[in-house]
Design a protein around this ligand. Structure first.
Ligand code: IPM
Ligand code: MG
Length: 351
């Protein structure tokens, strides 16, 4: 019996999570596993009503679950940063979800903005470090509001944090067994202290994985190649901030926010799965947002829980729905309703 904490969050979060949960139920029925969920209403509304963002008591409850399923965080009446840092980043850090896993996969039937590239060219995974770097929040401001103001935002890279992330990426690359190529993406030509450490650790760990081709790429060049030659990539391992940037680019080349999901993974603890799109407040309650990204997050969650057959069934359903041509447009203007798309996936799983 899996215990899953559900945080629908803000805006369209609850609508897409609802479809994701329908899919989870269908997968459980077909594959014969059991689960229970508990809902948490953290997000902008609750914050505006009570001033509470995410209390430590809730975080401690999260530790008792097998996984967390998150919709979207962000409210137009709440200053940017409060909910992102207070809910999303706090959970990532406190539960030590040190990997942000981002599959970049173009499914047949989905349009990529990259000319002459198809599903055979776009299928890689970004392993983003998820608890350190500039996100650690070290730094400060001095002489605020004066012409002499100083701002410092430090990039923290620890030996332990870098090594565990790199090891995870080598293991994943081996398990994927696709091209057996792992790229370390960094800026070691300029930021020599931080990425000097990354490169030393990478080279060291690479010695233990002789079957994996260990490659290096600068982050700016990587942006270029992700567009020009995405087929060069199999697995990328990357520091937090750079990972944040290249994964949005990745989402675009795989067809947009409509199909992009991520896992915040603690391999030894509790992991959290989410669509990467935001809360899209202006579409709230309109039943027009495509829930596929949230459904992809369910697929990742099932895979992580070890329900490989269920994960495969969900992925096949996603692929065949997209491949059917009924879903050419993943945008809110597609004419398809959020709930219709959820039903379509459920039906394909139950077939
Ligand atoms: C992501 C998001 C978050 C991040 C934001 C919402 C804090 O962009 O998951 O990539 O920067 O990590
Ligand atoms: Mg991001």
């Amino acid at each position: 019996m899996y215990k899953i904490a559900v945080l629908p969050g803000d805006g369209i979060g609850p609508e897409v999570v609802n479809e994701g949960l329908k899919v989870l139920q269908a997968a459980a029925d077909v594959c014969g596993f059991k689960y229970e969920t508990k809902d948490y209403d953290f997000g902008g509304e609750r914050y505006l009503k009570t001033g509470e963002v995410l209390p430590d008591s809730a975080l401690n409850e999260f530790r008792q679950f097998d996984a967390i399923y998150l919709g979207a965080i962000g409210h137009p009446d709440v200053e940017p940063g409060i909910l992102e840092r207070g809910i999303l980043l706090k959970t990532r850090f406190e539960l030590d979800q040190y990997i942000n896993l981002r599959p970049i996969k173009l499914y047949p039937g989905v349009e990529t903005p990259i000319k002459d590239k198809g599903p055979e060219h776009i299928d890689f995974v970004v392993v983003r470090e998820n608890t350190e770097g500039m996100y650690a929040g070290l730094g400060g401001n001095f002489k605020v509001g004066t012409p002499d103001e100083v701002a410092v935002q430090e990039m923290i890279c620890t030996r332990k944090g870098v090594e565990r992330c790199i090891r995870y990426a080598f293991e994943l690359c081996q398990a994927r067994n696709k091209d057996n190529t792992l790229h370390l993406v960094d800026k070691a030509n300029v930021l020599t202290y931080a990425f000097g450490l990354w490169r030393r650790v990478f080279a060291e760990v690479a010695n233990e994985y002789k079957d994996i081709k260990a490659e290096y790429a600068f982050v700016d060049a990587t942006c270029m190649w992700m567009v020009k030659n995405p087929e060069w990539f199999d697995v990328i391992v990357v520091e937090n901030m750079f990972g944040d940037i290249i994964t949005d680019l990745g989402a675009m080349i795989q067809g947009g926010m409509g199909v992009a999901a991520s896992g915040n993974i603690n391999p030894e603890g509790v992991s959290m799965f989410e669509p990467i799109h935001g809360s899209a407040p202006k579409y709230t309650g309109k039943n027009v947002i495509n829930p596929l990204a949230a459904i992809c997050a369910v697929q990742m969650m099932l895979d992580h829980l070890g329900e490989k057959q269920a994960a495969q069934k969900v992925e096949q359903a996603i692929a065949s729905a997209l491949g059917s041509g009924k879903m050419k447009d993943l945008s809110p203007r597609s004419g398809l309703k959020t709930s219709e798309i959820g039903d379509m996936i459920v039906e394909l799983i139950r077939q």
